[in-house]
Design a protein around this ligand. Structure first.
Ligand code: NDP
Ligand code: CA
Length: 305
């Protein structure tokens, strides 16, 4: 029911196979940790049934599979074994890295720590590198992490670097400084392992585009990153929201999730639009229709010739 906006048509594409090899579809999604969603978040308009794992797990899986992404970057994963098992049957292999002191483990009946995960299609790519990192702030380890894969296209042998993160949550000047420091460490980590390869860096940055971290990412000298959703079809603006929820304090509707990519290596072909307010409904998300309080971001990137 969500539709794609075409940003650029790849005119150089001659046949299906070269087309597929020059393209990469990435799905970026904070799936909402089961333990946090049910016990911590206090979504005041969300029916309890919507938060039951037995229901949500198939909705999460269905949404991922429906878009048929080549790469899947996820945050707040506290059921990696379920995703690994089910996505394996759909041709994906994946890696998970937990937060060192996940708030999930303090919740009764938890399913372990939450963390970040990346999956890739095994018929299209070989894994040639895997790195994980606890992000540091002023040289001290924080509670936020990143996962990075280097993958190689089986047909073209072209390599690329995919990284994902989930930065520190919550508002305030100090926390926005902290996110910026985590971001700097993340960018160092990505530059070190990308070694000039095309980069896709996605995640829940917990920061609106006005925060320092956004400019830190966009202005990185050697990585040369751009944001996929900020393109001519959106008047070069980020979406109005990537998450929309109602807590006791009120409604929270803003953009904090992004897909960044090396702008000299990729063109954006299409992005999946956020659902409209009408589609989302008055109670916002999560809901019986949307299993997370964040929406998935799906982008088609094409390697430049
Ligand atoms: P963060 O501030 O990064 O947030 C953790 C999670 O809370 C995120 O997934 C975030 O989701 C979610 N969140 C954000 N805003 C709210 C909100 N208003 N209400 C509910 N949930 C929200 O935390 P840290 O990872 O830094 O970890 C917290 C620390 O707290 C841990 O180090 C742990 O030691 C401690 N802790 C201790 C507990 C105890 O019982 N002793 C209990 C819980 C935590 P999103 O990113 O989507 O916004
Ligand atoms: Ca959350």
């Amino acid at each position: 029911e969500r539709s794609f906006s075409t940003v650029n048509k790849n005119l150089d594409c001659v046949d299906d196979e070269t087309c597929n090899d020059s393209k990469v579809r990435i799905l970026q999604w904070n799936v909402l940790s089961q333990a946090l969603g049910q016990n911590n978040d206090n979504f005041v308009c969300c029916p309890d049934e919507a938060l039951e794992w037995r229901r949500r797990r198939y909705q999460i899986l269905q949404e991922i599979i429906a878009y048929n992404p080549d790469i899947i970057c996820l945050q707040e994963v506290d059921h990696f074994e379920f995703l690994k098992k089910t996505l394996n049957t759909q041709g994906y292999s994946g890696t998970f890295f937990p937060k060192p002191d996940s708030p999930c483990v303090y919740i009764q009946g938890n399913n372990g720590p939450d963390g970040c995960a990346i999956f890739y299609k095994t018929d299209k790519y070989d894994l040639i590198g895997l790195e994980t990192k606890i992000l540091e702030v002023w040289r001290v380890k924080s509670n936020q992490v990143a996962v990075l894969l280097v993958i190689r296209n089986k047909n073209t042998q072209e390599e690329m670097c995919i990284a994902t993160t989930h930065l520190k949550a919550r508002n305030g000047a100090l926390l926005s400084t902290l996110r910026n420091e985590q971001g700097k460490d993340l960018l160092d980590f990505v530059s070190t392992h990308a070694c000039g390869r095309p980069v896709i860096l996605s995640g829940d940055f917990n920061a609106e585009p006005t925060e320092p971290i956004y400019n830190t990412v966009m202005n990185h000298e050697t990585l040369g990153l751009a944001s996929a959703y900020r393109n001519p079809t959106s008047n070069n603006q980020e979406p109005k929201y990537t998450t929309w929820k109602i807590r006791e304090e009120g409604e929270v509707c803003h953009t904090i999730d992004y897909v960044f990519f090396s702008q000299d290596k990729f063109d954006v072909e299409a992005v999946l639009d956020m659902p409209s307010g009408e589609q989302i409904g008055e109670a916002r998300v999560p809901s019986l229709r949307y299993p997370s309080d964040h929406f998935s971001l799906v982008c088609d990137l094409a390697l430049k010739k």
